[in-house]
Design a protein around this ligand. Sequence first.
Ligand SMILES: [Zn+2]
Length: 323
Amino acid sequence: MTLIRPTRRDLLKLAAVAPAFALPAAARAQLGAPAAANPAHFRFTLGEAQVTVISDGFFTQPVDGLGVNAGEGAVVDFLKAHYLNSEQNYAHTNHVFVELGDAKVLVDVGSGSRFFSTTGRLVANMEAAGIDPSSITHVFITHAHPDHIWGIRDDFDEAIFPDAAYFIGEAEHAYWMQDDLANKVAPEDQQFVVGAVNSINVDGVEWNFVTDGDEIAPGISVMNSFGHTAGHMSLRVESGGKQLIATGDALSHGWLNFAHPEWYNGIDADPEATVASRKAMLDMAAADGIALLGYHFPFPGAGHVVRDGEAYRFIPALWQFRG
Ligand SMILES: [Zn+2]
């Protein structure tokens, strides 16, 4: 049997015809993980506000939970075309810490020690960034999923930021605290309910309930972004004519949600509301030049939105060093 060896010229010709298929498989893979730790915080300013993004770590989950209403194979094709792992989704956990006036506001408290072994690093990363956890004045919880609220208590079941004032959406709190919810949901969701209830009931936390447009500190307000959970909310920072929205999980994927805002995930509680909230937020951010910061976007997760026909594009913010 004759072995036909293509020449370099043949390969180039082939590549010109079908560039995606002519590349060897390895060329489609993402870059490898680092051999040593990367910095886990990122600072920028927004008007007078100083913003620090602090990571709680990362986790991976099978991609079959993404874009569950997309056509057969469409999500996998999209991920491959964007050099992303097409089997496991890599989710960052970008916490926003805003210092504006006298307020030091933290958005969400991470997973703590009860979820993935690769998360629960928020306090250590905060200290590495030179931020004293006891200086936090306000904690705002976007929603009561494990990666956003389970970190509220330490291994002794005490609140990790005992001196802060705590804020959560009225509707979000009402959903998780309704009578006997654990027995109303599917068995696979029961752990989420028990975890949410135990987190909300943690010793040392008195909740302030907020609704759309409430200001929790000067220049810092909250907005409805229902859908991912029943009462999901996002946080808006406004200073010096500039605005930033910490989206929480109203936007949860740094590529898919922009190219296909109509696709929702298996975990989105109300698919229709999820898509409507997302599109409203993207429209507003694109029209008004509002920066977005996605909790699960590639770290640090901050950037702007531009329209791209019926869809959108995310423009990651420039990483800047101190001048
Ligand atoms: Zn999340």
